[in-house]
Design a protein around this ligand. Structure first.
Ligand code: FA5
Length: 356
């Protein structure tokens, strides 16, 4: 037979042990186990002892019941407090882990940059702008008439072989192909002179195309900058002075420039212009794969505008003279940056492009 003192003793013991145990609880799982052990509906220690109160006399049951309810209320309020405390601790820990440390150095976003050929082209045009030239652009799909005819290279002229041409699949009424991908920027000479009376001072940057095999210094598509100056009294000395100044601005005054006679049907006299080889330092080393032992890298063709070209474009050649040049931008970039194979420029290898 259960007695009131026994129940009161057990209640006292439950209260002491439960409160002490709750103090050591550190996570949700342990808290739930504690709740089931003391307050669980079926097997909780407090539940079991309260059930046994039914065996007491009515009078005793009332007074023991009051105490039992006090213990129950105490355990329930301690459970609620602990639940809150664990929740706050969890929030504090999450805040600590996801904390933003404003003193950490920032992460630099990956930035794009201009292609080395665009950078070189802009540097070239800037040099000519500083000498009073204007920049104009022209079509990449060009007519035979401007690419060849107006430049003193009529159909059947052997000089057409100099330019391995990519033709468009299009013929005129006579069955002749008349459109092509421009092989040089020189057609803009004729277009500009047709549209403008002297004085003219322009540079024309742009992409050109040739049906040719590629190697370390040749691409099948590349970039040229054309130059044209037409006015009264322009001489070959003006051409040389302009190109020396260009070389000084772009390569520095220590680079050597070579002018050598060459033939282009649209200039007379014509020259090719070369800069001493960066790879063998102009020594002409027999095994140099850049200059192939010559010590020079050809960067442009140039000359005095042929009187026939002036005439065809509607400019009086007895009154005006002019000079023109056309340079390869990739070759100039190779010289400037010491690159020994032109094909790197269009290989799209980010490791190469990131260097510029
Ligand atoms: C011409 O294209 C002439 N229109 C240049 C000219 C303009 C002469 C005005 C006189 C007056 P040429 O084919 O030599 O010329 O090409 C000029 C430059 O383009 C060369 O010096 C070279 O630097 C570059 N070049 C030529 N072919 C290639 C190629 N396959 N790959 C890369 N660069 C090239």
């Amino acid at each position: 037979m259960t007695t009131a003192p026994e129940i009161l003793g057990t209640l006292h013991n439950i209260r002491t042990v439960a409160v002490a145990e709750l103090d050591g609880v550190e996570d949700d799982a342990a808290l739930e186990a504690w709740r089931i052990a003391y307050l669980g509906r079926r097997e909780g220690r407090l539940t079991l002892i309260m059930r046994r109160m039914a065996e007491l006399e009515a009078e005793e049951r009332r007074s023991v019941g009051v105490q039992a309810n006090d213990v129950k209320a105490l355990l329930e309020s301690q459970l609620a407090e602990k639940t809150e405390a664990l929740k706050s601790a969890k929030l504090a820990q999450a805040a600590q882990e996801g904390r933003l440390d404003v003193t950490l150095p920032g992460r630099r976003p990956a930035l794009g940059r201009l292609h080395p050929i665009t950078q070189t082209m802009r540097e070239i045009t800037r040099a000519f702008i500083s000498m009073g030239f204007q920049v104009v652009e022209g079509p990449e799909v060009e007519l035979d008439h401007y690419n060849f005819g107006m430049l003193n290279i009529p159909r059947g002229h052997p000089a057409r072989d100099m330019f391995d041409t990519l033709w468009l699949d299009h013929t005129n009424a006579e069955g002749e192909r008349e459109m092509l991908l421009r092989t040089h920027t020189s057609p803009m000479q004729a277009r500009i002179m047709e549209a403008t009376q002297p004085p003219v001072r322009v540079v024309v940057p742009g992409r050109v195309y040739r049906f040719e095999a590629t190697d370390a210094t040749h691409e099948w598509h590349f970039t040229q900058v054309e130059g044209l100056a037409v006015d009264r009294g322009i001489t070959f000395a003006n051409l040389k002075g302009t190109l020396y100044e260009f070389a000084r601005l772009v390569f520095g005054s220590e680079r050597r420039v070579r002018f050598r006679c060459d033939f282009f049907p649209f200039v007379e006299p014509g020259v090719d212009v070369a800069i001493d080889c960066f790879s063998c330092d102009g020594a002409g080393a027999p095994d140099c794969r850049i200059c192939r032992g010559s010590g020079w890298i050809e960067i442009m063709g140039a000359g005095m505008v042929h009187p026939r070209v002036l005439e065809m474009s509607g400019i009086d050649h007895t009154e005006y003279t002019g000079f023109a040049f056309g340079m390869g931008v990739e070759r100039i970039a190779m010289l400037k940056y010491g690159i020994d194979d032109i094909r790197y420029f269009y290989g799209n290898d980010a490791r190469f492009l990131r260097q510029f």
